[in-house]
Design a protein around this ligand. Sequence first.
Ligand SMILES: C[S@@+](CC[C@H](N)C(=O)[O-])C[C@H]1O[C@@H](n2cnc3c(N)ncnc32)[C@H](O)[C@@H]1O
Length: 342
Amino acid sequence: MEAALYDPEWGFYARGGRAGRRGDFITSAEVGPLFGAVVARALDRWWQESGSPRPFVVVEAGAGVGTLARSVLAAAPACSAALRYVLVERSAALRAEHERGLPSVLPVHAFAASNEPEDDDEVVSPVPDGPFTVSLEALPPPGSAHVVLANELLDNLPTRLLERTAQGWAEVFVGEHLEQVLLPTMVEPTIDVAPGARVAWQEAAAQWLRAALETGRRVVVLDYMTTTADMGMRPWREWLRTYRGHERGADVLTDLGSQDITCEVALDQLAAVLEPMRVSDQRSFLIEHGIDELVAEGRAVWERGAATGDLAAMRGRSRVREAEALTDLDGLGAFTVAEWVR
Ligand SMILES: C[S@@+](CC[C@H](N)C(=O)[O-])C[C@H]1O[C@@H](n2cnc3c(N)ncnc32)[C@H](O)[C@@H]1O
């Protein structure tokens, strides 16, 4: 999974793989600007709850080409002037898109201290009005952010794969000829499943969460989640999937680098790092942060401008459709939103 997705030359993301209508899979951010508009409202609430700090540093991890960042900024949240929005993206090919339409700044400004003078004699240069964005390859230093947000990142992190055998647990490795090889393992998931059952052991996701909790005070993860026990009861190819051109792809060990590989995220394995403060589904999260109000505004704009069919009216109408897709409990609306606050 590591090589197939992230090899700098042959990996899926180096060879043009991406989210989006013209890409390989659709994410909430790529459905349209409404998701970002709701995230902008959530950011405002978290900003106000933490005393309206300035700067307000938000890290979006696994930012892809920067679509969510563009929608958040376009929504002009109240925290805009304070906002330092850090896009963290591992793929250089996708990072190269971050400058398109985003107000960039050198990283040093993103982490500039607050302009509240600590001591009366000290002259502190004012923090310039944002919003600014910064593009990084990896998470910024510990303690540098207020919020760390990740949409559909953890399902894309390489996972280990375990199989229950008659003798106990074994780990599935990939052999020289791309065959599956079972080897003994020290990892012992505490679930009771029949021999032949497999589970993902998502060490990289747990490590990412540990790092994110060091980076930011609030960590919010949106993804398709399940539990280790649930994985053990289902066919493994159902929760470890491939995608290409919006279709389910081939077996994970074929067409390496030309299809996305994604694994449902075991929430219990994340909770073992730290119990989340809140867990909800995406539909409830979006409603809590005002999606219905944004849709009502859109509908009103559409009704006023329907006769002329102007651009604002069309955008208003598309909000209704976007909301349906984002809150659909048979689709994106059923995704899990897990929040940790330190
Ligand atoms: C499924 S895509 C989601 C993109 C975007 N968040 C969205 O919702 O459209 C996952 C992205 O995470 C990136 N990624 C994977 N591992 C990463 C890491 N350790 N740090 C930052 N980005 C990473 C991938 O390159 C890819 O662009």
